[in-house]
Design a protein around this ligand. Structure first.
Ligand SMILES: Cc1cc2nc3c(=O)[nH]c(=O)nc-3n(C[C@H](O)[C@H](O)[C@H](O)COP(=O)(O)OP(=O)(O)OC[C@H]3O[C@@H](n4cnc5c(N)ncnc54)[C@H](O)[C@@H]3O)c2cc1C
Length: 436
């Protein structure tokens, strides 16, 4: 089933949808992009700006995948530290990749400015908040690693993290001043509009089948028509398995584990409450194995996210954990009404890195942002566009398709892993409370 917008805070408050129609009949383009999220739309925008003709096919609506559902936290960097990237790729390639990923949040905020995208963008910083001594050691290392490279990343202690977050649940962490927030669906729609203005054609409600070769070109069929193109981009991330074996590239779906993340949002908080929570407007992700991430939106609602069940759900009882974690951090939210609950699929890779593939000559894909796609998928769209436009030496390494072992059993396996991680997080919480 094609994703449509859930009844989310973002769907209720976004700028208007882009105007377009499903694909009807045959079209030609230099590049056909499958997927209307950050990856696909950023690729379409940069390709069209570079002079290529582009058609985007989106199964649901622009942003109805993860791009219009996420926490809107614009986080620079990857889960691996710069030093780890350099160890993995060698110093020169690692350093270039570090520059790319370290600049990912700036890249988003610059695009927002350049295209005048209305999306409540604020670059006030992103906080990594630590719940255990081990996590704090790792975070201090990350902060030091980045600041040694000149990045605006500042280690913070227990007092400072409490001042900035308004909770004493954390023992320190760091502020990455490059990060910030956007209204993610407005940002996605803004990217789509910018791509259209640059000449890209976007068709919603158009499910793409696997591209096939015909007459020296790739042909992508939908139920209403077909697009012929020399090159294809697949930007379907956690929704790659949407059309199953008829989807854009079945083997690609087996290289990531789609994991549900859930979010709950309150009604706008009173001024008093607002002053007591995240007074400087940063977004936060914590260090738990099942991380909690939270921020305020432009109207002062608490937006709290965390690991969901293994399915789409609008059932409020499925969000009890998320709301309980918000109340644990901020008991003053006890009387608040939680106005919206929704979730979406994140694509997780086993090596914690996004993957870039050339699936066949002229068929490119990028996916696997591990919950950091607001900045990183936008950047990867540009990386894909640059590859096709043949601009500059490639910075992001291409990897072979590596299927995740036991992919067929991913749901029960993942349920077990989640239960194990939850138990470890609880134990650490209990130990810390016992000591303090
Ligand atoms: C609840 C939640 C919270 C998150 N919070 C954050 C956060 O705060 N910060 C952060 O950086 N990241 C966050 N993420 C991750 C981030 O949203 C994603 O990494 C990012 O949106 C991926 O963008 P994408 O364009 O690659 O994929 P998506 O936005 O998922 O888009 C893929 C699109 O492909 C389409 N599609 C699939 N199959 C076909 C087909 N056959 N034909 C046509 N179209 C097809 C789908 O309909 C979908 O719209 C979160 C994700 C979720 C779900």
């Amino acid at each position: 089933m094609s994703p449509s917008h859930p009844n989310s805070l973002w769907a209720a408050t976004a700028t208007p949808a882009v105007a377009d129609v499903p694909l009807r009949g045959e079209e030609r383009a230099d590049v056909c992009v499958i997927g209307g999220g950050f990856t696909g739309l950023s690729a379409a925008l940069h390709l069209a700006e570079g002079g290529a003709s582009v058609v985007v096919l989106e199964a649901g609506e622009v942003g109805s995948g993860a791009s219009g559902r996420n926490g809107g936290q614009v986080i620079p960097g990857l889960k691996l530290d710069p030093g780890e990237l350099e160890a993995e790729l060698g110093s020169e390639r690692g350093a270039r990749l570090t520059e790319l990923v370290g600049g990912a949040a700036d890249f988003v905020f610059n695009l927002v400015r350049r295209h005048r995208i209305e999306c409540d963008a604020r670059q006030d910083g992103w906080i990594k908040a630590c719940h255990s001594e081990a996590a704090l050691r790792a975070a201090s290392h990350t902060a030091e690693d980045w600041s040694r490279r000149g990045a605006a990343v500042e280690a913070i202690d227990r007092v400072r993290v409490a001042e900035l977050t308004g909770t004493d649940a954390y023992i320190g962490g760091f502020v990455d001043h490059r990060g910030g927030v956007v209204q993610p669906l407005s940002y996605t729609r803004g990217l789509a509009r910018a791509a259209q203005q640059a000449g890209a054609r976007i068709h919603e409600r158009s499910v793409a089948a696997t591209p096939r070769r015909s007459g020296g070109e790739w042909v992508v069929s939908t139920s209403g028509g077909a697009v012929s193109a020399a090159q294809i981009i697949i930007g379907t991330n956690g929704y790659t398995d949407l059309a199953g074996a008829r989807g854009p590239w079945p083997a690609l779906a087996r290289t990531v584990v789609p994991v549900y993340s859930y979010i709950a949002a309150t009604r706008p908080l009173s001024d008093d409450l607002r002053r007591s929570i995240l007074p400087k407007g940063q977004a936060v992700s914590d260090s738990r194995r099942l991380l909690r991430y939270f921020r305020l939106d432009a109207a002062g609602r608490m937006v709290m996210g965390g690991r969901g069940r293994t399915r789409e759900s609008a059932d409020r009882s499925d969000y009890a954990n998320i709301i309980a974690s918000a109340l644990e951090l901020y008991p003053q939210l006890g009387a608040c009404d939680w106005e919206f609950v929704w979730g979406g699929k994140v694509a997780v890779t086993l090596d914690h890195l996004p993957h870039l593939h050339e699936l066949a000559p002229g068929v490119h894909a990028a996916l696997g942002y591990n919950g950091r796609g607001v900045a990183m998928a936008t950047v990867m769209g540009k990386v894909l566009a640059d590859r096709i436009l043949d601009r500059g030496a490639p910075v992001f390494p291409e990897s072979p398709l590596r299927p995740v072992p036991f992919h067929r059993w991913r749901r029960p396996v993942f349920e077990l892993i989640v239960a194990w991680k939850r138990a470890l997080d609880r134990m650490e919480g209990v130990n810390r409370r016992g000591r303090s």
